[in-house]
Design a protein around this ligand. Structure first.
Ligand code: ZN
Length: 184
């Protein structure tokens, strides 16, 4: 390492082997170290670009297409190769992809989650807080709060019939905060 570089920082990233044994237990075995050289903290911050957007939803399994907001941010960022994470803030909303067409977004997804975590079932969460959205939390946990999409040649690697969606499982109208973060 050149001695004239100021604020030299070294980051060590542990590599790990994942072994699935016994079933349901993940054993992580460090197998080596990779060294990344970064000249300053400024260099680190330039490897991440972040934007927050607000998304209005109707709740109750409302499916909102947010693909264009993500594509727009990636386009403006000028990033050619990297990954963009799309994350919903809050525990009753989720992010995934689907083909954004009326059958799936107005019926099928809601019907599937009604089978997985029915609205009318008993939820201990509602005993805790005396609210009505136990099913909303369970559904959001199952689907998950975030999605990562590769950026290649400045473009999102989405299929033609694959849109990025926010699914709001809460029982009321909400304004959601979604964080879009590009790492490159
Ligand atoms: Zn609740």
């Amino acid at each position: 390492m050149a001695s004239n570089v100021k604020n030299y920082t070294e980051i060590r990233i542990k590599k790990a082997n994942l072994t699935l044994w016994p079933p349901s237990t993940i054993v992580i075995r460090p197998s080596g170290l990779k060294t990344v050289n970064v000249q300053s903290k400024q260099d680190l911050s330039q490897m991440v670009k972040t934007k927050e957007i607000k998304v209005k939803t109707k709740g109750n399994c409302d499916v909102v297409n947010i693909t264009e907001q993500v594509r727009d941010f990636v386009g403006r960022s000028g990033v050619r190769e990297g990954a963009v994470t799309v994350f919903n803030v809050g525990s009753t909303g989720a992010i995934t992809t689907t083909e954004y067409e009326p059958g799936l977004v107005n019926y099928d997804i809601a019907a599937a989650f009604e089978r997985i975590a029915p609205r009318g079932a008993k939820y201990e969460h509602e005993e805790t807080w005396h609210d009505d959205n136990g099913h909303s939390h369970v559904r959001a946990s199952v689907l998950g709060p975030s999605l990562s999409v590769p950026v290649v040649d400045g473009k999102l690697m989405l299929g033609t019939w694959q849109q990025i969606i926010l699914v709001d499982f809460d029982t009321r109208v909400r304004t959601r905060t979604v964080v879009i973060q590009i790492v490159y």
